[in-house]
Structures are given as structure tokens and as C-alpha cells.
Design a protein around this ligand. Structure first.
Ligand SMILES: NC(=O)c1ccc[n+]([C@@H]2O[C@H](COP(=O)([O-])OP(=O)(O)OC[C@H]3O[C@@H](n4cnc5c(N)ncnc54)[C@H](O)[C@@H]3O)[C@@H](O)[C@H]2O)c1
Length: 263
């Protein structure tokens, strides 16, 4: 595919992009000419990310980061900015999943999910927005929500609540940042075939008495377009919301879900 250069020389930070959706978005941003910083938990990049780095030695760096730790995030933003300058685009994607019947959904699960999906999501965004305000960058933030944030699920209460919080923080941040010309939107995927879904499938197998792989087939069939999405299908929306083509769009949560949720 020919690059349109829609993000030429723009600096994008992507959290949780060592694999899955984030990695596909990093590849798409690089294809559009961006300078990319990937921030994720492991000390070393995954084999897939390392391959992408070997193809883009000047324009892609990896910084091990824990989004739940303020000092780790500050260091990551400082190093990224030293490498590629002020941040233009933030793909706020790091997330974790867990589930259990409501009466068994304990505080430890609540803490872990809210630490990453809400606290990490919000305070990493806050630090990057502060930099955008200070540097006068009319940037774009894209938060990773989920169809789980649109509607509760009996077995998935904590995760659903974290993603509802992402949608709400997106709206508040968009209003706060509009006077600075900074846009804040979210993407709400449905079911996307990533490493996370292997984990989701195993949990549904445990709680619904299914065979491994059965839930994945079932959720795919329920999608109006008839199948699960693949990570690259989220990347188009992530490029659109990052670039000038979406200059008049803010405070929105865009469904990328094969028709599961209608708005
Ligand atoms: N796959 C789906 O069907 C789906 C649907 C809706 C929303 N989402 C959301 O999309 C995002 C990406 O998910 P994915 O499916 O690509 O899964 P994934 O597990 O491949 O990616 C999540 C990434 O977040 C990273 N991460 C976790 N905790 C972190 C921390 N404390 N600091 C930094 N990084 C951390 C993980 O290491 C991982 O690389 C998540 O926010 C997820 O909730 C996924």
C-alpha cells in the first residue's frame, strides 16, 4: 500500500504496543511517516516489534514502561521527547483483562484492572496533555475503550467499568483541551483476535463450561459482519483520528466492531 504521509515526522507515543492492536497501529503510523515510541511492560521488545524496529531503525524506539508508575511514565516521556521531540499523537492503549462471576469479583481484580485501565490510562494521558499544552502542540490523543464500556456483562463487571471510565475521561479531557486545539477521542473495538483474546477465551471456557476456542468462534458469529476483527482493522481508525483528516472531530468514541454496537 502506498503511504500518504499523513503523519510525516509526527511523534507518536503508543503504550501497550509490544503486540496485538498497539503493534498494528505502530506499523500503520510508521507507514504514514511518523516517528514512533512504543512503551510497554517487558524489558525487551517482542520478536514482532524487534522485526519492525529492524525495518525502521531511525524512526522507532522501544522504552520499557509501567503505566501504573508515575516515575516510569515521566522517564519514558522525557526519553521519547529527547529522541523525537514533543509528542503530537498519543495512542493510549495499554490494558489488561480479567473476569469472574459478580459475587466472586474481588478487590484484587478490581485494583489490578483499575490500576492499568483507568489510573494508568488517565495519568499517562494527563502528563502528555501537559506537555502538549506547554509546547503549544495541537496534538491528538486516542484512548482505547471497548464495546465492554458501552454495556455491562454479568461475568465482566470490573473490566466493563474500566472501559466505561475511558469513554467518560475521553469526553472530559476533550472539553478541557479544546481551547488548546488538542483533540481527544477514543476507539471502541468489539472482538479483535489478539493475544488478549486467548486469555479471554480461556476464562469464558472456565466460567461457561466451554471448550477452548469455542467462545472465540461464537463471538465472531454474533458480529454483524460475521467474524472477529484483526488488529490491522483498528489501525485505519487510529490513523484517521491521529491525522488532519479528523481535524473537526473530538470527544468521540468511534466503534470499530463490525456492527456490534450502533450509534
Ligand atoms: N482484543 C480485543 O478484542 C479488544 C477489544 C476491545 C478493547 N481492547 C483493548 O485494546 C487494548 C489492546 O489490547 P490487545 O487486544 O491488543 O491486547 P494485548 O494484551 O496484546 O495488549 C495489551 C498490552 O498492554 C500492555 N500492558 C499491560 N499492562 C501494562 C502496564 N502496566 N504498563 C504498560 N503496558 C501494559 C501489555 O503488555 C500488552 O502488550 C487494550 O486496552 C484492550 O483492553 C481489546
Amino acid at each position: 500500500m502506498t503511504s500518504l504521509g499523513r503523519l510525516e515526522k509526527k511523534h507518536a507515543i503508543l503504550t501497550g504496543a509490544n503486540g496485538g492492536i498497539g503493534l498494528a497501529v505502530a506499523a500503520a503510523y510508521l507507514h504514514e511517516g511518523a516517528l514512533c515510541t512504543v512503551a510497554d511492560l517487558p524489558a525487551e521488545p517482542s520478536a514482532e516489534l524487534a522485526l519492525l524496529m529492524s525495518q525502521h531503525p531511525e524512526t522507532l524506539i522501544y522504552l520499557p514502561t509501567n503505566v501504573t508508575q508515575s516515575a516510569s511514565v515521566t522517564l519514558m516521556i522525557d526519553r521519547a521527547s529527547q529522541a523525537f521531540g514533543p509528542v503530537d499523537t498519543f495512542f493510549n492503549n495499554a490494558g489488561v483483562f480479567d473476569m469472574a462471576p459478580l459475587l466472586e469479583s474481588d478487590e484484587a481484580m478490581y485494583q489490578r484492572l483499575f490500576d492499568v485501565n483507568v489510573k494508568g490510562m488517565f495519568f499517562t494521558m494527563q502528563k502528555i496533555l501537559a506537555q502538549m499544552c506547554n509546547s503549544g502542540t495541537r496534538g491528538s490523543v486516542i484512548n482505547m475503550a471497548s464495546q465492554a464500556g458501552r454495556r455491562g456483562e454479568a461475568l465482566v463487571s470490573h473490566y466493563c467499568a474500566t472501559k466505561a471510565a475511558v469513554i467518560s475521561y475521553t469526553q472530559s479531557a476533550a472539553l478541557a483541551m479544546a481551547p488548546f486545539g488538542i483533540r481527544v477521542n477514543a476507539i471502541s473495538p468489539g472482538v479483535v483476535d489478539t493475544p488478549m483474546w486467548g486469555h479471554v477465551d480461556a476464562l469464558f471456557a472456565r466460567y461457561e463450561g466451554l471448550k477452548l476456542g469455542e467462545k472465540k468462534i461464537a463471538v465472531g458469529k454474533e458480529v454483524p459482519l460475521g467474524r472477529m476483527g484483526v488488529p490491522g482493522e483498528v489501525a485505519g481508525a487510529a490513523v484517521f483520528l491521529a491525522c488532519a483528516e479528523s481535524a473537526y472531530i473530538t470527544a468521540q468514541t468511534l466503534n470499530v466492531d463490525g456492527g456490534n454496537v450502533m450509534s
